[in-house]
Design a protein around this ligand. Sequence first.
Ligand code: HEC
Ligand code: HEC
Length: 363
Amino acid sequence: MLKSPSAALLLGAALLVAGPALAAGDAGKGERVYKKCAACHQVGEGAKNRVGPELNDLIGRTAGSVDGFKYSKAMTEAGAGGLVWDETTLDAYLESPRTAIKGTRMAFPGIKEADDRADVIAYLATFSKQAAAPAPAETKTAEATPAPAPTAAVPAADAAVPTHGVFHLGRAATADEIAAWDIDVRPDGVGLPEGRGTAADGEVLFTERCASCHGDFGEGAGRWPVLAGGRDTLKADRPEKTIGSYWPYLSTVYDYVRRAMPFGDARSLSDDEVYAITAYLLYLNDVVTDDSFELSRENFTSVKLPNEENFIADDRSAEPHYAGKVEPCMKDCKAEVKITMRARVLDVTPEAGKENEGTTKVD
Ligand code: HEC
Ligand code: HEC
């Protein structure tokens, strides 16, 4: 209850009807409600003032009293008038901050659901030495024991997922969903799953699952992509860019096949099958020559693709085109801009069927 009558005046009527009927909250559920507050507040070990003051030891704390936080005049005065945060005063403030304390700087519309308010208060109470004054029935004492500060919120696989996020759109992804998407493999081997497979095993799989489009030897059936060959064609008029002739890293092969192939039936291959097929693609590209070659997580990064060294770090600033340039002009660069012609008049759009006529230079 309120500690002084002047605070009651500041907090207005909302508080006075709140009275004894407050429900005991559920700290576990409150952690989820607290996500609405986390944009502005911190709580738990090492919590700092952010947009709003830190919320440790909130229960029993005088309003507007955290050192180093610049409160509104309204909040400071409420504190000076004797307003102390407890379940009742918090309930009123969180229901409608600006009705409860006219002039508060907390730009938060409030929480309509009484249960949500009770839950978030119970959650905040777990960070208060002076635990929340027990609500009517003293059944919820367990929740008043301090819980460890929340760490990064990775939902457990079976955790109930809130029905909406901060913006009331969608819901948080479950751990299983995240794991299903989080399958990228990096050139240094990070992300490779456990597994192995030989080029010979890969040949069988490739013939069954890939050859209808990519040809028996990766030569490409019809106009489907070619996967092998093309060495030394990169400087030709029509370079043939394949895994062997162009791709820099084997990790891309593994990642791509595992993620996207067979076309139309993606993610149907096991990790071992992808190792076997990747080994076979190395074989088709003459990177390995023995079809008993076994590719595994352990030897994966020892395989280098022929074109790797032609991929270089892109240091634009050292290139001739950029090296000689001074700071670009951003202000008052040209005294006057004159429009000399209009595209409409110049007729720059190529007409259908006259493919080569659109290339005339327009200066
Ligand atoms: C958009 C930012 C923002 C959000 C979101 C927000 N707050 Fe605040 N909160 C503030 C600011 C700013 C203040 C300081 C208000 C003032 O000085 O008038 C404040 C003050 C408070 C206070 C008073 C603290 C004190 O030291 O007296 C409490 C309690 C509080 N907020 C709780 C919450 C809770 C719980 C939520 C979530 C349900 C929440 N706030 C959401 C910005 C926010
Ligand atoms: C139904 C036809 C089809 C089948 C079957 C198929 N692919 Fe593909 N594959 C494609 C198409 C189409 C692309 C190009 C996709 C794109 O560019 O978005 C492609 C692209 C690729 C690429 C990248 C080629 C490049 O240079 O960009 C690789 C590697 C590949 N497939 C491997 C496989 C493997 C391995 C299998 C068997 C497990 C397989 N594909 C089965 C149609 C197929």
